[in-house]
Design a protein around this ligand. Structure first.
Ligand code: B1M
Length: 208
């Protein structure tokens, strides 16, 4: 029987080949896809998230683990879809207008996917209109905004206002190096996270 502990270890180590091999073996044995996802892939990413928050691993390790997860997910996703397994929640994320920094935002996207969220990544330089249109179309529970420049932080406020004016019910979360909890409170965002692992915890809290 496929060893899900070894699968989560492979994710933690960022060992793509082993992660893909065990995932494929588990699928062909007929193991429930949500078990493979929860007890193997997400379990591994959860360990990475906890270690990242504790400064026990750093960005390269997170990226390598997330890449292994992505490769394994390419095999698991069609099986999950066929089985009708529901994601934890849906989030749309983007870097706000005027801002081209996406390394941190991409990490947040990967960690959210790793935690079982369906994520629509709108990319960089995303206008408030584009956030509103994507939220109307995608009906996410969460809209996440990233900014790395003090000069683009006002785009966050503009976007949150536009979402409110459009009657979007989704919870908003913000992050990025210059952003603070005080700024989130000031502009009426529902939450702020200082790093990608905390963003996952926050997104889970915002679902309730
Ligand atoms: Co730029 N840049 N940059 N840059 N750049 C900074 C941000 C800067 C601090 C460097 C400096 O001067 N010391 C400075 C901003 C100063 C300020 O506003 N106070 C700066 C500047 C000025 C600029 C330009 C204006 C430079 C110029 O052209 N004169 C220009 C602007 C371009 C634009 O956006 N319009 C520019 C360009 C660039 C590059 C294109 C060269 C490149 C970006 C490449 C890319 O992203 N694809 C770049 C880079 C790499 C940086 C630094 C060096 C690194 C940023 C980074 O990726 N960090 C940065 C200096 C620094 O931060 N030390 C700098 C790693 C990343 C994992 O961390 O993004 O903070 P971070 O994400 C974290 C958390 O913040 C959080 O989780 C992540 C993971 O833990 N988080 C969220 C992020 N988003 C979140 C969203 C959430 C929750 C958490 O919820 C939705």
């Amino acid at each position: 029987m496929a060893d899900l502990k070894a699968l989560s270890e492979a994710i933690i180590k960022g060992d793509q080949k082993t992660a893909v091999d065990i995932t494929k073996a588990a699928i062909s044995e007929g193991m429930a896809p949500e078990t493979i996802l929860g007890d193997g892939l997400i379990a591994g990413m959860n360990v990475i998230g906890t270690r990242f928050k504790a400064n026990e691993v750093y960005i390269p390790e997170v990226l390598i683990a997330a890449r292994a997860m992505k490769m394994a997910m390419e095999h698991l996703e069609p099986v999950l879809v066929a089985a009708g397994v529901k994601p934890l929640g849906k989030a749309i994320l983007g870097t706000v207008q005027g801002d081209l920094h996406d390394i941190g935002k991409n990490l947040v996207v990967m960690m959210l996917k790793g935690a079982g969220f369906e994520v629509v990544d709108l990319g960089v330089d995303v206008s408030s209109d584009k956030f509103v249109a994507a939220a109307k179309e995608g009906q996410p529970q969460i809209v996440g905004l990233s900014a790395l420049l003090t000069t683009t932080m006002p785009s966050m406020e503009k976007t949150i206002l536009a979402l409110k004016e459009a009657g979007i019910a989704a919870k908003t979360m913000i992050g990025g190096a210059p952003v603070t909890q005080a700024y989130a409170d000031k502009i009426g965002a529902h939450g702020y996270a200082p790093d990608a692992a905390s963003a996952v915890d926050l997104a889970k809290r915002l679902l309730n």
